[in-house]
Design a protein. Structure first.
Lengths: 232, 232
């Protein structure tokens, strides 16, 4: 499997390219619109054809490249239910598998940051690879105070689903603001300050006390992302 | 082997942490001074003891964290000959091996960006891992116009040493300015615009025509790095 992590520095967003060497097909997770030309160049250089562009959720902090990638490469756009975006090719649900050749991403429904948040698990590698979007960040978690977010649901997504995975599982988040590129379930269980709590109630209190400012690009990003980032 | 790539965003510098699970020892390649607290926290969390801090060369664009790491962790500072820095614990030459338990870094002398530029090769993984400092960048190469740089020497380092490695070898550079985190020898051979040339003379002409501006932090970084980044 070809694997690339690509960083967009303005919004500190990580995108992930997974390529299947046998068929030459590829999946991009959480592409950023401003970097679409760069993704396409890399796909061409690696001799990969983009088959699927998938968003972990409706982003409020950057504009997805899915629509532009569909236009330029003919890839399909996948989003998890309850997706509200126009232009999606296929929707998926908890437990569904997105596959290109031998590359298989298992969709894990992890509501909380938004009500359409999913993580993706690759089980054919050792250790497993887990793409956690804005649900689990390195030493942090995604905010839950808008877009039908719910700290109770996020607690369940984190503690009952993600932290139940093998401790060696590699964690690849949707963002990092401190230069970290990956983590593991073991580390996050031990050292993520938001996960050192004694139950759902404590997590809800913690998340409601964060007093976060409104995302810079939210008013631009959400309407655009409801159209898969394409021009109307 | 524990492996982490860490990004310092002000100077777009990548540092690399390699940990040996058997002995709990670790090596840091090209640490940045402003991030030393973060490296130490990560080392502690991963239950690793830093044994070696090593610089690929005398940096002109950021201040090395080697001196501060030595002070705070007791690690040794390694630099390649002809190192001119004060405070170095051990120097090495082409072909020497830096090892911590089962983690072995083979030093490859690759002058050209500077006359003390080295790359480091890990041969116990498949594919190999190659840490290329400022000699080979992703779709680029390090400038050769100061610090005893030489485009002729860099040509030989690139074409006779680095590009002679197995094409699957993973390339981890000292910097990237476009969000890329890794490449391979195969890709660089095919798509690095500076390597699509017909001989040493053409490379020298190319490098002499770049008209690069003076590095922002050079006047601060070089004197500091001649003291391993420590206060005088």
């Amino acid at each position: 499997m070809i694997f690339r992590q690509i960083f967009e520095s303005e919004t500190h967003t990580y995108s992930y390219l997974l390529g299947d060497e046998a068929t030459g097909g590829a999946i991009l997770i959480d592409p950023v619109k401003s970097m679409v030309d760069q993704y396409i160049q890399l796909l061409n250089e690696l001799d990969l054809a983009l088959k699927i562009s998938v968003d972990t959720h409706l982003h409020a902090d950057h504009i997805t490249g899915s629509g532009l990638l569909k236009k330029n490469t003919g890839c399909a756009i996948y989003q998890g239910e309850p997706s509200r975006s126009k232009g999606v090719s296929h929707t998926f649900e908890d437990g569904d598998t997105l596959s290109i050749g031998e590359v298989e991403l298992k969709a894990i429904y992890t509501p909380g940051h938004t009500d359409d948040s999913y993580c993706f698990l690759v089980e054919q590698t050792r250790p497993y690879l887990l793409f956690t979007g804005d649900t689990l960040l390195i030493r942090g978690t995604g905010r839950t105070d808008f877009q039908n977010g719910s700290s109770r649901q996020q607690y369940e997504s984190l503690f009952l689903k993600l932290l139940a995975m093998p401790e060696s599982t590699k964690v690849f988040p949707g963002h990092d603001y401190h230069g970290m590129t990956m983590s593991t379930i073991k580390e996050e269980k031990q050292f993520n300050p938001r996960l050192q709590i004694k139950g759902c109630k404590e997590y809800e209190v913690l998340m409601s006390s964060l007093n976060l400012s409104r995302p810079r690009f939210m008013d631009e990003a959400i309407p655009a992302n409801l159209n898969c980032g394409s021009e109307p």
